[in-house]
Design a protein around this ligand. Structure first.
Ligand SMILES: NC(=O)c1ccc[n+]([C@@H]2O[C@H](COP(=O)([O-])OP(=O)(O)OC[C@H]3O[C@@H](n4cnc5c(N)ncnc54)[C@H](OP(=O)(O)O)[C@@H]3O)[C@@H](O)[C@H]2O)c1
Length: 316
C-alpha cells in the first residue's frame, strides 16, 4: 500500500510503500478514492502532544497521518457487520484503535467508523465530511440540540468546520452568524449566515449586535476571540464550544458549565445524518483544491496558511 508518512517533526511528508495491513476479524479494508485534509493532520506531524499520543497508543511503525477518507470496501473480516464488498463508504481512521491514518490508497477500519454512501454522492464530496462536519454536528446536536429560534455564532466561518457548521445550523432551523475576512463575506452569506467581517473592526462587538447566542463555536482560538468576551455574549442557557484548546482554556473547560471543548471523533452514528444532509443538499461542501497523494506536502503547506476556504482533498 502507498502511504504518506512523517518520519520526524521537521521533515517533509514522504511517500512510501508498506505491506498491506492484516485484516482483523471485525475490520474492513477500504480502497481509498478521496481524502479530506484537516489541520489536525499537520498538527499530528509536529512534535506536540498528538505525535506523543500516537507514539504511545498508536499503531506503531511509521506515522501515517490523516483521518478522513471515502472509497469502496474491498475486503470484509468474518465478524465485521453491516458492510459488504463493493459498498461505497465515507469514514475516519482512529489511531487509538491502532489504525494507520488515511493518507493512503487503502485503510483498515471497523464498520462503526464508516457510513454507506449512495451512488449519487461522489467520493470527493463525501471526503469533505468526516472531521469538518462531525465537529460542528457534535456542537449543535449532542450538547443541546439547536433548533428554530436558536442563535449560533461561528468564529472562523470560512474554513472546513465553519462552512459545515453554518449549513448544519441552518438545516436545524437556527440562525447562524459567521465571522470571516472580507474575501469570504459573500460565501458565508450565501451559505445562509449573517457575516461579520473581522477586518472591519472588532468582530465580537459587531457579532454581539446579533446575539445573545445559544452556541458559540470557536474554531480560531481564545487568543484571538477571548473566552471571557464570548461568555458575555451568551443567552442564559448558552455555551461556548472550543475546537482549538489552549493551555489557558483548561480550567474553564474543567470548571465552567458553559465552556466545552469539542473532539470531532468520527463515528457511523454521526456520519449517517451528515450523508443524508449531503444528499438533501443541506450540506454543499466547497473544495478549494485537489492534490494527488504524492503532493500531500503541498496540501499541508496550504492548510498551514490558515486561509483555506472550504476543504482541500488528496486523491490517491
Ligand atoms: N477539536 C477538534 O476535534 C477539531 C476538529 C476540527 C478542527 N479543529 C481545529 O479547528 C481549526 C479550524 O479547522 P478547519 O478545518 O475549519 O480549518 P481551515 O479549513 O484551515 O480554516 C481556515 C479558515 O480559518 C479562517 N480564519 C483564520 N483566521 C481567522 C480569524 N481571525 N477569524 C475568523 N476566521 C479566521 C480563514 O478564513 P478567513 O480567510 O476569512 O480569515 C480560513 O477560511 C483548526 O485549528 C483545527 O485543528 C479541531
Amino acid at each position: 500500500m502507498k502511504v504518506a508518512t512523517s518520519r520526524s517533526a521537521d521533515s517533509p511528508l514522504s511517500i512510501v510503500t508498506l505491506p498491506s495491513r492484516p485484516l482483523g476479524a471485525g475490520d474492513v479494508r477500504v480502497r481509498v478514492r478521496a481524502i479530506g485534509v484537516n489541520p489536525v493532520d499537520w498538527k499530528m506531524r509536529g512534535g506536540g502532544p498528538l505525535r506523543f499520543a500516537h507514539r504511545f497508543i498508536g499503531p506503531g511503525g511509521p506515522l501515517v497521518v490523516g483521518v478522513d477518507f471515502a472509497g469502496e470496501v474491498v475486503e470484509v473480516g468474518p465478524r465485521a457487520e453491516g458492510l459488504s464488498v463493493g459498498d461505497r463508504v465515507v469514514g475516519g481512521t482512529d489511531f487509538s484503535r491502532r489504525q494507520l491514518g488515511s493518507y493512503a490508497d487503502e485503510v483498515v477500519v471497523r464498520p462503526d467508523q464508516c457510513a454507506k454512501l449512495p451512488d449519487s454522492v461522489s467520493f470527493e464530496r463525501a471526503a469533505c465530511l468526516p472531521v469538518a462536519a462531525v465537529t460542528p454536528w457534535i456542537t449543535l446536536t449532542e450538547r443541546r440540540r439547536v433548533g428554530p429560534g436558536s442563535k449560533v455564532l461561528i468564529l472562523g466561518a470560512a474554513g472546513g468546520v465553519g462552512l459545515s457548521g453554518i449549513s448544519l445550523a441552518k438545516m436545524l432551523g437556527a440562525t447562524p452568524v459567521g465571522v470571516c475576512s472580507t474575501r469570504n463575506v459573500e460565501l458565508v452569506t450565501k451559505h445562509g449566515a449573517i457575516a461579520v467581517d473581522y477586518t472591519k473592526g472588532d468582530a465580537l462587538d459587531e457579532a454581539k449586535k446579533h446575539g445573545p447566542y445559544d452556541v458559540i463555536l470557536n474554531v480560531v482560538g481564545s487568543d484571538v476571540y477571548p473566552l471571557k468576551r464570548c461568555l458575555a455574549m451568551l443567552a442564559p442557557k448558552g455555551f461556548v464550544d472550543l475546537a482549538v484548546v489552549l493551555p489557558r482554556d483548561v480550567l474553564s473547560i474543567l470548571f465552567s458549565p458553559r465552556v466545552y471543548s469539542v473532539l470531532g471523533r468520527v463515528t457511523r452514528a454521526r456520519l449517517e445524518p451528515l450523508v443524508d444532509a449531503l444528499v438533501k443538499g443541506h450540506l454543499d461542501p466547497i473544495i478549494e483544491e485537489k492534490y494527488s497523494l504524492d503532493d500531500a506536502e503541498k496540501a499541508h503547506q496550504r492548510s498551514q496558511t490558515g486561509k483555506v476556504v472550504g476543504k482541500l482533498l488528496l486523491i490517491p
